[in-house]
Design a protein around this ligand. Structure first.
Ligand code: GUN
Length: 301
């Protein structure tokens, strides 16, 4: 395998986490303990694994984590009360509500209940809107991690043509907004696109986030394209199960200039940027608290 083409997400995540750790120590020296509240409703097995990993990673970074597990039949009002409590708790800097939620809970209502300043997922409309206006807001962790990998690989992205495959609220749409903010020309292709493959063949950068195992093969890719594969799909391969991306990695490798593997590409970046967002939220809340505690200078008219 041509390992010089591999974009190593594990190593990149380790660098991001190392810097977060150092910055957390600086806050602690100022008697500030960054804290992340993680809420899990129900017993979805994949969500349980994600939440456990987020909590472990927070501890490694010196971030206090507080886990709330609510029953699958928990009334929506109880979840909204908990979020309100956490919004009002100055010792909590970040709130993460693990998705998906059970069907009886309105996802948008619950996400909108989170204080935008503590919204470490960047899913609140205040943050979604801020990103689309190019403001400096908390942005979703997975696409932010993808941007980090792209900038490490290509440097300045300005003027590149990027194709995002998939239009989810968690990855596709914020990814497109982040690429646009970085001055790319952006095309979003999705299940209703007339010729997704032809559009993808024009791309300098491809970000695949569809959740379909190995849907994108070499024939979709322009020679020299940089490919970020967000898909994590479990497949049965002969007699064993394994993880593959949305891109047919082996076939694509000869065609691309760089590509993320699955696993070990985008996956580790999501948690690293969750920690980074928690740190940023803590720093911003501290700035705001300091600004409020400064005596206002008298204004002479
Ligand atoms: N479920 C799958 N991905 C995510 C994510 O990035 N954030 C949250 N809160 N839930 C998820």
């Amino acid at each position: 395998m041509n390992s010089s083409k591999l974009i190593d997400g594990k190593a990149a995540a380790a660098r991001v986490l190392q810097k977060v750790k150092q910055d957390v120590l600086m806050l602690k020296a100022d008697h500030i303990q960054p804290a992340l509240a993680v809420i899990l409703v129900g017993e979805d097995p994949a969500s349980q694994v994600y939440v456990r990993n987020k909590i472990l990673r927070a501890e490694e970074c010196g971030i206090r984590s507080i886990e709330y597990r609510l029953a699958a039949d928990c009334p929506q009002a109880r979840l909204l009360d908990l979020i309100a409590e956490l919004n009002n708790d100055a010792s909590v800097n970040g709130i993460l509500l693990q998705l998906p939620l059970p069907g009886h809970i309105e996802e948008t209502r619950a996400l909108q209940a989170i204080d935008p300043g503590k919204d470490v997922d960047g899913f609140h409309s205040e943050n979604v809107g801020g990103l689309s206006q190019g403001r400096d807001v908390l942005t979703p962790c997975t696409p932010t991690g993808c941007m980090y990998l792209l900038e490490q690989t290509l440097g300045d992205l300005s003027g590149k043509h990027a194709v995002v495959i998939g239009r989810s609220n968690i990855v596709g749409k914020p990814m497109a907004a982040l690429l646009l903010k970085a001055h790319c020309s952006v095309t979003v292709v999705h299940s209703r696109s007339q010729d997704a493959k032809a559009l993808c063949q024009l791309a300098d950068i491809v970000v695949a986030a569809v959740g379909r195992p190995r849907m994108i093969d070499a024939s979709w890719l322009k020679p020299g394209a940089v490919v970020i594969d967000v898909g994590i799909n479990r497949i049965q391969d002969h007699d064993r199960s394994r993880l593959v991306g949305d891109v047919d990695f082996d076939a694509a490798l000869a065609q691309v200039s760089a590509i993320t593997p699955v696993p070990g590409g985008v996956g580790p970046m999501t948690i690293a940027f969750l920690m980074k967002n928690t740190l940023i939220a803590a720093q911003q809340q501290r700035q705001r608290a300091l600004a409020h505690s400064q005596p206002q200078e008298a204004v002479c008219l």
